[in-house]
Design a protein. Sequence first.
Length: 440
Amino acid sequence: MYAGSAETSQGKVFTVTGQDWDSISDSIAEGDHERIVVNMGPQHPSTHGVLRLILELEGETVTEARCGIGYLHTGIEKNMEFRSWVQGVTFCTRMDYLSPFHNELTYCLGVERLLDIEDDIPEKAQVMRVLLSELNRISSHLVAIATGGMEIGALTVMTIGFRERELVLDLFELITGLRMNHAFIRPGGVAQDLPPGALDEIRDFIKLMKKRLPEYADLCNANPIFKARLVDVGHLDLEGCLALGLTGPVLRSTGYAWDLRKTQPYSGYQDYEFDVQTWDTCDSYGRFRIRLNEMWESLRIVEQCAERLAGLEGAPVMVGDKKIAWPSQLAIGSDGMGNSLDHIRHIMGESMEALIHHFKLVTEGFRVPPGQAYVAVESPRGELGAHVVSDGGTRPFRAHFRDPSFTNLQATSVMSEGGMVSDVIVAIASIDPVMGGVDR
């Protein structure tokens, strides 16, 4: 009563909605072969969002695996064509929702290249961008390790992973006012300065993480059960990665030290001391170890950022050009967060020109010279790039993003075919795709 079968051009198709799996396997055994096609997802908890996997099985061995995407399409890139250049930040931050600061950064770097103000960005804004990006890398890797652990039954890894991520989100809320989807990095700099006490909170977080990160190593690195599930699973060598255009930890697990922060530095990364983490196993275990090691390197960078910011007290965080800098002079008042009273008094009561300019800047936005630019950053998942096109107006003519999750998902079939169904879960987790970035 719960399921039926039908003959199609592809053979007999079973619709399974509730009965015992044995009854299906018995029906298959009556046929001429043991081939079965299974839909995994798009609502499956192990597919990292609404990803659909079409698996062809012989027994429990995967003979063919295909991805079905598009279930989370939000039209972000198209919507950006109908908003001002600054408003575009609020859209792109929602793509890869686990690394929103990297989305904002690559977009703003592209806009700044078109405006030809790359050298005018204040030092403090650059340091804050690096600080937030590396904190974001830590929080993203924590989710990757936590969800990957949950999917293979390592529930302790999941609980402590999300425990630490909450600490990072608390820092984001302190600095930007929001835990996710911040729209904090803007063309020309960042939205506002660090609040009082932020550096002390950051230093406390660094101390705590240095105590807690070794817990992951103790739980997983030499754990025979953990290694049995990850070692030699999801294998993909350097040649395969280069052929498919894969980047990030998947590429670095082959031993190739490709990291845009070192190979194509941006936002002053060349001034920071850190090492590119690699592994030489080309498998899921190597990708796990790389993410664990990268969190240590990100802590090193965050520590250096905190030292620099301590010496930049009161420095500007937005370009001096008032034709671009917006919003201006945010402050915390009795009603929460908004423009400072001095700023309001100036534009509303002292200068008609300031009022007109502020009105046009907010409602219309600034104009960007015609042209196109592509700028890439190293997100937690690999090369994240923004191709920004301007026709000289106040809105993007076109904004297109090269999201690493989209590119890296190509490896699903190569990593899964020939393995067990249970290994598909591990292979997907090692890629760490975020479907918000895939579908956009």
